[in-house]
Design a protein around this ligand. Structure first.
Ligand SMILES: *Cc1c(COP(=O)(O)O)cnc(C)c1O
Length: 390
């Protein structure tokens, strides 16, 4: 047994600047949606290359799940509609379709990238299909050109689940500002590439979608909370135009997000460095390492997912147990949705329908990758993997 400290699978990277910003927001007398949230939205849009003319709108919400729900709602997804998504994802990606009475059509993934397989999308399209919902798995952008072409051919909208993909690029353009997408949804959950504790952001270049999102994120009030307290019309007057939700971000969270966003390029650099070292130093083991981004494209490196290769003489579960014994946390992303009782039973899904996700699931684990991880901690992870995988 090692006496060394436990290395978690992920740990948030919160510094004194975040703590000071949160304290300031709390002292300001304004803690719910207000000036910090507005400034965070503007900074987020600018970060993705949006101009001051509002060509790219960023709408802050209290989770990515809320953002996905709002995005589908804004596109008019409703009972009887279908949303196509990969089976290898978190349930939040598709549970939001059910909130609206719509259904999820789960499809298999590409064996190399573990992203949704465009050929499977095409095969899953029915008269009920309304939206394609790709997930940039681990932080590697999906083949958005192929997905966009399919959407265009069939008159479908695209909503990106970019919970892993900040900051990622696709053919030189940042995820969050890609052509052909109706909306892109980011997560600031505690273990994501930047965090506000809980939080999310939706970006869109569609003014109608942006307007609907702003109305529906706060009770269906016809103008948003910030305007209500800053515009010239009396503050008490508002109009309800729809039965909206309570999905707004607090200024306390936004204050933290503004600092995290400023630190994001440097945090991303650290993730790239850690991932690069794993790729080099694990290359000789019987492992399938994550596919790097194509040339000229940037991987967000939210996750580092390894798979035991055919040559490996140990099981995935044995590797997880050995790492735990060495004081190292791991995870599995994900138990595919077709194996989850709710989705499996609702659509009578069988593992044989998803051979690639099945093959990956049996052999995969995610190893520690977080910006606050030290070189020494990474050395320990590599050594423990080396010892366990033989
Ligand atoms: C984390 C995550 C979500 C949900 O994000 P929240 O901000 O926790 O709601 C959705 N999709 C994927 C792929 C995720 O990893």
């Amino acid at each position: 047994m090692t006496e060394a400290a436990f290395i978690p699978f992920a740990r948030p990277d919160i510094g004194p600047a975040e703590i000071e910003a949160v304290a300031q927001a709390m002292r300001s007398g304004w803690i719910t949606t207000g000036p910090q949230t507005r400034a965070f939205e503007q900074a987020f849009s600018a970060f993705l290359g949006g101009g001051s003319d509002g060509d790219l709108q960023a709408i802050a919400v209290n989770s990515a799940t809320a953002g996905l729900h709002l995005a589908l709602e804004a596109l008019g997804v409703g009972p009887g509609d279908e949303v196509i998504a990969p089976t290898l994802t978190f349930t939040a990606t598709v549970e939001v379709a059910r909130y609206l009475g719509a259904d999820a059509a789960l499809v298999d993934v590409d064996p190399v990238t573990l992203n949704i397989d465009p050929a499977r999308i095409e095969a899953a399209i029915t008269a009920r299909t309304k939206v394609i919902l790709p997930v940039h798995y681990g932080g590697l952008a999906c083949d958005m050109q192929a997905i966009g072409a399919i959407a265009q051919r069939h008159g479908l909208r695209v909503v990106e689940d970019a919970a892993h993909a900040l900051p990622a690029t696709h053919q030189g353009a940042p995820v969050g500002r890609l052509d052909g997408s109706a909306a892109t949804v980011f997560s600031f959950y505690a273990n994501k590439t930047m965090t506000t504790g809980e939080g999310g952001m939706v970006t869109t270049r569609d003014a109608a979608v942006a307007h609907r999102l702003r109305v529906m994120r706060l009770h269906g009030i016809s103008r948003d909370a910030f305007d209500r307290f800053s515009s010239k019309t009396p503050a008490w007057y508002y109009e309800i135009v729809a039965p909206g939700f309570k999905y707004n971000m607090t200024d306390v969270a936004a204050a933290m997000g503004r600092v995290q966003l400023q630190r994001l390029p440097q945090m991303h650099q650290r993730r790239q460095q850690l991932a690069g070292r794993y790729l080099r130093e694990l290359a000789d083991l019987p492992l399938v390492l994550p596919a790097p981004a194509p040339a000229g494209q940037s991987h967000a490196w939210h996750l580092f997912v390894i798979r035991l290769s055919e040559r490996a003489r140990v099981t995935r579960d044995a590797v997880i147990a050995a790492l735990a014994q060495a004081g190292i946390g791991t995870s599995v992303h994900y138990v595919p949705l077709h194996r989850q009782p709710y989705w499996r039973d609702r659509y009578q899904l069988r593992p044989e329908q998803f051979p690639q996700a099945e093959q990956a699931y049996q052999r995969m684990l995610s190893i520690p990758l977080f910006t606050a991880m030290s070189d020494d901690e990474q050395t320990r992870v590599i050594a423990a993997l080396r010892a366990s995988v033989r």
